[in-house]
Design a protein around this ligand. Structure first.
Ligand SMILES: *[C@@H]1O[C@H](CO)[C@@H](O)[C@H](O)[C@H]1NC(C)=O
Ligand SMILES: *[C@@H]1O[C@H](CO)[C@@H](O)[C@H](O)[C@H]1NC(C)=O
Ligand SMILES: *[C@@H]1O[C@H](CO)[C@@H](O)[C@H](O)[C@H]1NC(C)=O
Length: 240
């Protein structure tokens, strides 16, 4: 799973594994596709790890991407090019739209594969695309999340994807409080959440979920408002 964790990063690499035809071992594919360059060596692995930083116009291992995609995912076929439907399934519509032109750009299949995949992989990390691709939340919530992101240093944007894992510490401290306040989901004075509005805008907590313990958290909260809001929001999101 080397390249998957490395190139394709962390967010939902499980999805990606699902997308590879069953039984295909990534290591074998890497050996095969890197054979013209000396195989899957430590040095080549290190170069591959910088795949995202490779130039837009020059593939460091010429024709590698064509070979790799052709063998491991269902998003591309050497003869037919990229499969729009599968690209959308895997990367989301906004990444697809942003890269649409690149998916067909090139003088041959090697160039097309590289142009397209390089674009997809780089776009995928873009936090604004990530927000656009969150399912089941309203446009209003997406807008609030994007506006809030602008209040934070761009260095912190890279941590947005970590929210999907609900870590104990908030990945971007105070970000949740920002969009919660912007959408007026929490009344600071009354210390009360507007559950109806949360369900409408964010789709959480689930209908009929038991949220007693989440509600009681705000009664006990004392000083750190940002951490408290994040913790309670996590609780609402995970409650069933
Ligand atoms: C790509 O498509 C062609 C034509 O439909 C097919 O023969 C070939 O097996 C496909 N290649 C892969 C790797 O799926
Ligand atoms: C096609 O090849 C030419 C000449 O090598 C190159 O300048 C051009 O960028 C290539 N086109 C694309 C879309 O990559
Ligand atoms: C909760 O939000 C809705 C709008 O979604 C609003 O109509 C309602 O008055 C709010 N309830 C409270 C208690 O603030």
């Amino acid at each position: 799973m080397k390249l998957i964790t490395v190139i394709v990063f962390s967010i939902d690499f499980l999805l990606l594994i699902d997308a590879s035809p069953s039984g295909v071992q990534e290591g074998i594919v890497l050996h095969k596709c890197l054979a013209p360059f000396g195989g899957y060596t430590l040095e080549n692995d290190q170069r591959l790890q910088r795949f995202k930083q490779w130039s837009d116009t020059y593939e460091e291992f010429p024709c590698f991407t064509n070979c790799y995609l052709n063998n491991i995912f269902n998003i591309y076929n050497e003869t037919q090019g990229f499969n729009d439907e599968n690209v959308i399934k895997r990367f989301g519509r906004s990444v697809y739209t942003a890269c649409k032109e690149k998916l067909a750009q090139g003088n041959n299949s090697c160039e097309i594969a590289y142009n397209g995949f390089h674009c997809l992989i780089n776009r995928e990390d873009d936090p604004f695309f990530l927000i656009d691709n969150i399912e089941d939340i309203s446009m209003e919530a997406k807008r609030a999340m994007k506006e809030c992101l602008h209040k934070f240093n761009t260095d912190e944007w890279q941590y947005l994807g970590d929210y999907v894992r609900f870590p104990v510490q908030e990945p971007i401290p105070c970000y949740t409080r920002c969009f919660v306040y912007k959408m007026q989901l929490y009344n600071h004075r009354l210390r009360s959440w507007n559950i109806t509005a949360m369900q409408r805008l964010l789709g959480v907590p689930a209908e009929h979920a038991n949220i007693e313990k989440c509600l009681s958290l705000s009664k006990r909260r004392h000083n750190n408002m940002c951490a408290g809001i994040y913790k309670e929001m996590t609780c609402f999101s995970l409650s069933q």
